[in-house]
Design a protein around this ligand. Structure first.
Ligand SMILES: [Fe+2]
Ligand SMILES: [Fe+2]
Length: 159
């Protein structure tokens, strides 16, 4: 058997780690008084959990036992709201390259079910990077001014 299922299991754990990071970011934003941004990060954390569960379902469907690893401790503090979203965008870019590598491996091993399964993640990552890129741009323009940040907090709450 190829390595692809092992690697999808690894990614399942990484998706959970992503959720853990976003929860920590949500807590920081809540602590800073930005409920809208915090709620948005909570939603992201839930999405990451769903991404992991989709992989869990796939692994069980193909007879591979999902194995859960320990999750790294996320940062508890950030420099600013902008810093949070910049780090989140960077994280999503890391996820994208990991998914790309998984697709390459599925092709290399000629595992069509894995390749087709992973396509959903390729599409999802386009959306994830787009959303975070947009928010980073808006936060850059806010330039740390509280009036602009509170306005943005309301906008992000609706996302
Ligand atoms: Fe994800
Ligand atoms: Fe994500």
């Amino acid at each position: 058997m190829g390595k692809i299922l092992e690697k999808i299991n690894e990614q399942m754990n990484f998706e959970l780690e992503s959720g853990y990071i976003y929860l920590s970011m949500a807590a920081y934003l809540k602590d800073r008084g930005f409920d809208g941004m915090s709620g948005f990060m909570h939603k992201q954390a839930h999405e990451e959990y769903e991404h992991a569960m989709k992989m869990y379902g796939f692994l069980t469907s193909v007879g591979k036992l999902p194995v859960f690893e320990s999750i790294n401790k996320p940062a508890a503090n950030y420099k600013s709201e902008l810093d949070v979203f910049q780090q989140a965008l960077q994280h999503e870019k890391t996820v994208t390259s990991r998914i790309d590598d998984l697709v390459d491996l599925a092709r290399e091993e000629n595992d069509k079910r894995a390749e087709i399964f992973l396509q959903w993640y390729v599409t999802e990552q386009v959306e994830e990077e787009d959303v975070f890129t947009d928010l980073v741009l808006k936060l850059e323009r806010a330039d740390g001014k509280f009036s602009a940040l509170y306005l943005l907090d309301g906008i992000i709450a609706g996302k």
